[in-house]
Design a protein around this ligand. Sequence first.
Ligand code: NAP
Length: 255
Amino acid sequence: MRIVVAGATGTIGRRIGEELRRRGHEVVPLSRGLGVDVSTGAGLDTAMAGADAVVDALNIETLSGRRAAKFFTTCARQLTAAAQKVGVSRIVCVSIAGAANPQVHRLFGYYRGKAAQERAYADADVDTTIVLSTQWFELMDDVVRRASLGPVTVLPTMRMAPLTAAGAAEFVVDEIEDSRAGDRCIAVKGPEEMTTLEVVRRILDARGEMSGRRPKVLRELPYLGRATANGGLIPEEATVDPTTLEEWLRQDPPR
Ligand SMILES: NC(=O)c1ccc[n+]([C@@H]2O[C@H](COP(=O)([O-])OP(=O)(O)OC[C@H]3O[C@@H](n4cnc5c(N)ncnc54)[C@H](OP(=O)(O)O)[C@@H]3O)[C@@H](O)[C@H]2O)c1
């Protein structure tokens, strides 16, 4: 198949591209760095012509709900409009398990943006799969960076079932290869449940630093709300990727 990967240079987009190529598919990578800005739509029709499916693995780094919603809905509309125009019948969008739940996204604008993205795809006339993934181990460096001031790191309490980004990418590619039509939401999660503090402590124990930091004071507080702290990010029904944090930490280099 010929698959367009929007966000092809990102954490998951890169892995989705690698997995697609490993399975013998042709990949059309899109990112601003590669010359295509999905939010303006310039060049999209040409890039998408002849594709069998499109993956939305785009991202914006922001805490603003308004900015996130604008980015994700604009990009979803551009991708669905181009898909309809050139006859691409299928979109797979990478999203976050639990983010669409108002109790979970109440205190986190970025998640409200993801909820808006999911609604934009639900309203579109192109068959779309929303892949609801739990947090990736690879995300934890960013979480530590954002939650640190000097030597003090105060993490948001998130009860989660994290997995490797490579495991999430394989799940996305399995879905691309599944030829069933229609809209659906499917979820993937890791094999163990733990909180942000436990994950970060274990990564720090193994690696000594995260994001170039060795926090002297490391705490967690439920500042993203009770729902997030109490398991709102863990889907009840999900495919379980088997790689544990321990196994991922032993990978050298990490996949
Ligand atoms: N991190 C997690 O644990 C997690 C878990 C579940 C789901 N997700 C979701 O997975 C998705 C991908 O996240 P990620 O962490 O892999 O992203 P990322 O590493 O931040 O990469 C984002 C990608 O999007 C591209 N991009 C951004 N704006 C663009 C634009 N206007 N036009 C074209 N390309 C653009 C970037 O390239 P350029 O900058 O060159 O444009 C890059 O390739 C997000 O929607 C996120 O919410 C993340």
